[in-house]
Design a protein around this ligand. Structure first.
Ligand SMILES: Cc1cc2nc3c(=O)[nH]c(=O)nc-3n(C[C@H](O)[C@H](O)[C@H](O)COP(=O)(O)OP(=O)(O)OC[C@H]3O[C@@H](n4cnc5c(N)ncnc54)[C@H](O)[C@@H]3O)c2cc1C
Length: 401
């Protein structure tokens, strides 16, 4: 077993760190104050290929392996989370549907635009009555000649106010369950009948935009269906597998950054006539943070490697990695605030912001509870000869796709 990061990826990681520290992180306060990401920072990210790290070269991306992609994200996590929110949709959930299940024409048309950052993507699954229970979506797409007519309302859709292209999931056959009754559609901004509704005000992630997306008799060509009609839920889940590994990597990067800040603070800050770091209680906290981070990083790297080498287990390892890493980074953020004391709670330092920002990782793209369901279902599936899922509701929780 090889634990060293391959040399080419280690060099790439170092280059991205230098870029993030020079070009992005110095603008963090500006994002927090203005609620906007500086356009030149986004352009610089696009110039470096950060909107298409995991998109194959053939479709205009950097063609990095999932591990390479995760190493880049780790570095990106040193700067404000808004940068990742904006670019990551193009890297994972708003492009993977096209990459995995789209037609060649769709791939040719859209992937180079998304990978270059010329266009911004969004992924629209969640609805008011269908969050964790994503299989319960009600947005409907009814066939009408060479078109589908979409009606329904999505919410919390990241990038919606700035998105050029939406991957939208809608019910095409209400008589069937999600496995064969949901389809995925590409809907361009400006399509009559598509409106972006109110922007949600969130606890953290300032500068990133999340809004409602409303479909009222929105006519979309049947050529805009991604993959097979009726198989869109499987596409939605594949996108989320990629997204979950990406958020695991983000968590690792943010936690590493927090640990650096915490170690710096406890060595500089003196109380009772000596540095805080002289106290064994403080050292043990740091040691616990380091152990937590190290374990999570190994889980994340293994998930990234397995993502590329073991397609059958993608869903399982992605859920496990997101669960472990999301929980870890929030613990780390909370411990960091504690180690900083009052200073950690003020807006003079980035610690409170990061604490608010990383809280969402336990919720979006599947909550930690839903990650546990997925892990447990895969675990118990191996025992189904002796254990049968009791309620029909349990198979709806994590539909077999
Ligand atoms: C900032 C942000 C960005 C987002 N971006 C997008 C996006 O781009 N596209 C998109 O489609 N969606 C997006 N979402 C939606 C996100 O994926 C959902 O919020 C998430 O899946 C949880 O759904 P919910 O909010 O409806 O919570 P609910 O499903 O109502 O869950 C509430 C609580 O109950 C728990 N729970 C639910 N069911 C069970 C169960 N069976 N067993 C145990 N516990 C359970 C949950 O874990 C959670 O703790 C975003 C959300 C936010 C806040």
């Amino acid at each position: 077993m090889e634990f060293a990061v391959p040399e080419d990826l280690a060099k790439l990681k170092a280059r991205v760190r230098e870029f993030v520290d020079r070009e992005l992180a110095p603008r963090d306060d500006e994002i927090e104050t203005t609620g906007q990401i500086p356009a030149e920072a986004l352009r610089a990210m696009a110039g470096l290929g950060l909107f298409g790290t995991n998109t194959p070269r053939a479709w205009g991306g950097l063609g990095l392996s999932m591990l390479g992609n995760c190493l880049v994200i780790e570095e990106l996590a040193r700067a404000h989370i808004a940068y990742f929110y904006t670019s990551s949709m193009n890297v994972h959930i708003a492009s993977k549907g096209i990459e995995y299940d789209g037609s060649d024409a769709q791939r040719r048309r859209w992937l180079p635009e998304l990978a270059s950052g010329r266009l911004v993507g969004a992924y629209a699954l969640t609805e008011a009555d269908a969050g964790s229970d994503a299989a319960g979506i009600r947005t409907a797409a009814v066939r009408d000649g060479a078109h589908y007519v979409l009606n329904g309302r999505k919410r919390y859709i990241t990038n919606a106010p700035i998105a050029d292209l939406f991957t939208v999931f809608a019910v095409t056959d209400a008589a069937r369950d999600s496995r064969t009754g949901v389809s995925a559609f590409l809907v361009e901004r400006g399509t009559p009948g598509l409106t972006v509704g109110r922007t949600h005000r969130m606890c953290g992630g300032r500068g990133a935009l999340h809004a409602e997306v409303i479909f009222e008799d929105c006519r979309v060509s049947a050529e805009n269906v991604i993959g097979q009609v009726g198989r869109g839920f499987a596409t939605a889940m594949k996108c989320l597998d990629a997204g979950r590994v990406n958020w695991a990597a983000y968590s690792v990067g943010a936690a590493a950054h927090l640990l650096e800040l915490a170690a710096g603070h406890v060595t500089a800050r003196r109380q009772f006539g000596r540095p805080l770091a002289d106290n064994q209680g403080i050292q043990w906290t740091l040691a616990d943070m380091a152990a937590d981070l190290h374990a999570a990083r190994l889980v994340c790297y293994e998930a990234a490697w397995r993502y590329d080498h073991d397609e059958a287990r993608r869903a399982q390892v992605a859920a496990l990695a997101k669960l472990v890493c999301a929980e870890m980074v929030f613990r780390t953020a909370d411990r960091t605030v504690q180690l900083f004391g009052g200073a950690g709670y003020t807006k003079d330092l980035p610690v409170e912001r990061i604490w608010r920002d990383v809280r969402i990782i336990r919720i979006l793209e599947g909550t930690s509870e839903i990650m546990r369901h997925i892990v447990a279902r895969h675990l118990l599936r191996e025992r189904e000869s002796v254990w049968t899922p009791g309620a029909s509701e349990s198979s709806r929780l994590v539909p077999w796709i």
